[in-house]
Design a protein around this ligand. Structure first.
Ligand SMILES: Nc1ncnc2c1ncn2[C@@H]1O[C@H](COP(=O)(O)OP(=O)(O)OP(=O)(O)O)[C@@H](O)[C@H]1O
Length: 332
C-alpha cells in the first residue's frame, strides 16, 4: 500500500453574521492509493466541507484552525496543502492531482462550450499536451467510460446528453488529467438505480486501473457498502466512527451508525419497518456540549454524554469509535 493522503486535526469554522459555525471539528483520516473511502452522514454533517478542504476550495469566510494538517503524497514528494496560498500554487492540486465530481454534472460543464473543448482546455492547463494529443486523449477517455460514438459526443454540449451520459462525461473529464485523488460528492444520487450501479462499477474499475484514491461522499450507507473499502461516519462536524466497510457495516459500534443502518431498506426482510434516526441535527450555531450526538442518542448514558466529548476507542484493528459506551475509564 502507498500512502496518498494524511489528514490530521482538520478543523474549520465559517464566519457568519450570526457567529462562528463549526463545520468540521478535529477530523483525521488517511487514504492509500487504490483505496475508496466513504464519507457518510446526514445533510449538514460536514462531508462536503471536509472534501473541499483537501483542495482548499471552501468559501472565503472559512477559517482553518492552525493545527490542521493535510498532506498529499505525490510522485515528486509530499505537498502540504495548508501552505499553498496563491491560485497558481493551488493549481497543482485543483484539477491536477485532485479532481472532483458532483451530483449535478451540469455544474462541471459550461453550457455554451462543447464537452470536447472543455476537456481539451483542462488537459492543456494541467499537462504539457498539445491540442491534437489532448483531443485524442479526451476521446479515448469518453470511450473508456462507456460513451459510444465518443468522437461525435466530443463535439456536443452538456445539455445534448442524457443524465447518465453526462455523469460519465464528467467522470471522463475529471479523470483525463490522471488525478491521484478523486473526490466524488454524491455522484450517483440523482441517477436511477440501474445507471447508478453502472457508474459505481465504472468508478471501481477505474480505481483499479489508475491506482488512484477516492473519497466518496454520500448520505447512503448502502452505496458505501457496494463501493468503498473504508468508511468514516460523520455527525455534526465530527467523525464518530471509522474503519473498514466490512467492520463498520457488520459490527457497527456507534449508536448513530446503528441508526443509519436501521434506516436502510432490507430486501431480505420486507416486513421490517424502517426506523429513521429520531430527531433533527442541531443547528451548528447551537452545538450540544459533550458528545455531539447526545441529543438524539437512544443509548444516552446521562451526565457523561452531555458533559464530556468522547475520545476514540479502538474496537478492532483500524475500527475506531468515539462513544462513551466504549470509554471504560469515563466517569459516568
Ligand atoms: N460558506 C459557508 N458559510 C457558512 N456555513 C457554511 C458554509 N458552507 C457550509 N456551511 C455549513 O457547514 C456545515 C457543513 O456543511 P456540508 O456542506 O459540509 O454538509 P454535508 O454533510 O456535505 O451536507 P449535504 O449532504 O447537504 O451536502 C453546514 O452546517 C453548512 O450549513
Amino acid at each position: 500500500m502507498t500512502r496518498l493522503l494524511d489528514v490530521e486535526n482538520l478543523t474549520l469554522k465559517f464566519k457568519t453574521d450570526e457567529g462562528l459555525i463549526t463545520a468540521v471539528d478535529n477530523v483525521s483520516f488517511t487514504l492509500e492509493a487504490g483505496e475508496v473511502m466513504g464519507l457518510v452522514g446526514e445533510s449538514g454533517s460536514g462531508k462536503s466541507v471536509t472534501a473541499k478542504s483537501l483542495m482548499k476550495l471552501n468559501a472565503s469566510n472559512a477559517v482553518y484552525d492552525e493545527r490542521t494538517k493535510i498532506v498529499l503524497h505525490l510522485d515528486d514528494g509530499p505537498v502540504d496543502i495548508m501552505t499553498l496560498k496563491s491560485s497558481k500554487d493551488l493549481r497543482v492540486v485543483r484539477g491536477g492531482a485532485i479532481s472532483m465530481i458532483f451530483q449535478e454534472p451540469m455544474a462541471s460543464f459550461a453550457p455554451a462550450i462543447s464537452i470536447g473543448d472543455q476537456m481539451v482546455e483542462q488537459l492543456q492547463i494541467h499537462t504539457d499536451m498539445n491540442a491534437k494529443r489532448a483531443k485524442e486523449v479526451s476521446i479515448e477517455m469518453l470511450d473508456r467510460v462507456g460513451i459510444s460514438d465518443a468522437s461525435t459526443r466530443f463535439k456536443q454540449y452538456a445539455f445534448e446528453l442524457s443524465g447518465g451520459m453526462r455523469q460519465r462525461a464528467m467522470i471522463a473529464m475529471a479523470l483525463s488529467t490522471r488525478p491521484k485523488l478523486l473526490i466524488a460528492d454524491e455522484p450517483t444520487t440523482a441517477l436511477d438505480v440501474t445507471i447508478q450501479a453502472q457508474v459505481i462499477d465504472l468508478m471501481k474499475d477505474l480505481v483499479t486501473e489508475f491506482g488512484m484514491g477516492i473519497v466518496f461522499i454520500t448520505h447512503d450507507l448502502g452505496v458505501i457498502a457496494q463501493t468503498a473499502d473504508s468508511v468514516a461516519v460523520m455527525y455534526l462536524s465530527r467523525i464518530v466512527e471509522q474503519g473498514t466497510v466490512r467492520d463498520v457495516i457488520r459490527r457497527p459500534a456507534h449508536p448513530y451508525t446503528k441508526g443509519l443502518l436501521a434506516a436502510l431498506p432490507s430486501l431480505d426482510d420486507l416486513d421490517r419497518p424502517l426506523t429513521p434516526v429520531p430527531g433533527d441535527i442541531p443547528s451548528p450555531l447551537d452545538r450540544p456540549s459533550g458528545c455531539v450526538f447526545n441529543t438524539r442518542c437512544s443509548a444516552n448514558l446521562g451526565a457523561v454524554c452531555s458533559r464530556d466529548l468522547p475520545d476514540f476507542t479502538t474496537v478492532a484493528d483500524s475500527h475506531r469509535v468515539a462513544c462513551h459506551l466504549f470509554n471504560e475509564g469515563a466517569a459516568k
